[in-house]
Write a protein that binds this ligand. Sequence first.
Ligand code: SAM
Length: 244
Amino acid sequence: GPILYLVPTPIGNLQEMTPRALDVLRQADAIAAEDTRNTQKLLNAYDIHKPLFSHYEHNQDTSIPKIISKLKDGQTIAVVSDAGYPLISDPGQGLVRAVLDAGYPVVSVSGANAALNALVASGLSARHYLFYGFLDHKSSKRRKELETLAAFPYTMIFYEAPHRIHDTLVDLLEVLGDRQICLARELTKMHEEYLRGSVSEIIAASEGLKGEMVIVADGSHEKQAPDVEQMVEEVRCLQETMRM
Ligand code: SAM
């Protein structure tokens, strides 16, 4: 029947495609993919032959109505991204909302996700954590984002592109301080590696390293000081309303 399945795909190691995920793809009427050429390779590896069409950020004005009209026809649609979970720093956000609003069920299938692999092996607390995803590409904006997280008391997870990892680590050092981090690279792949230590140690140790990386950063251990400026501002607002 008409169901939208969110199907995670491997983040490297092809064996991390679960039997259920494969079943869902085999039983779907069509598969919406972030990049159809990429997904075609995955489907070929499993001898799955299904109609594929693309759904990504810049075609969603047409791909979302297309998916909803297929659901209307009673079709089962599977959504995949290039790696890991759809929606997690990947396309699918607007789609899920639109399909729910149209009254169709949305079901997620379990599978690979780079953030969780990195978190649980990081050695940092996994009790409470924030998945931040990608920081801004521009250093000035990235630093502003990091400033809002400087006092955050829980573990934080960031995704980063290989060519920006050094600059982002430098911003992390300058804004968050020399706290403990784990740089997890090439997860589930042949050259998987975890670098654990203070930010400055990891900057030195990661010089020239390539590959896909996740940064897991310790939360702030400093007791949050009261924000005096904000308190003064609030009192001023209060005084103004009382004067009226
Ligand atoms: N949807 C994916 C997920 O669920 O993990 C994330 C997709 S996002 C576009 C790609 C980013 O995820 C990379 O820049 C990197 O930070 C991280 N990533 C994906 N695969 C990875 C791997 N095998 N090892 C380390 N990081 C990975």
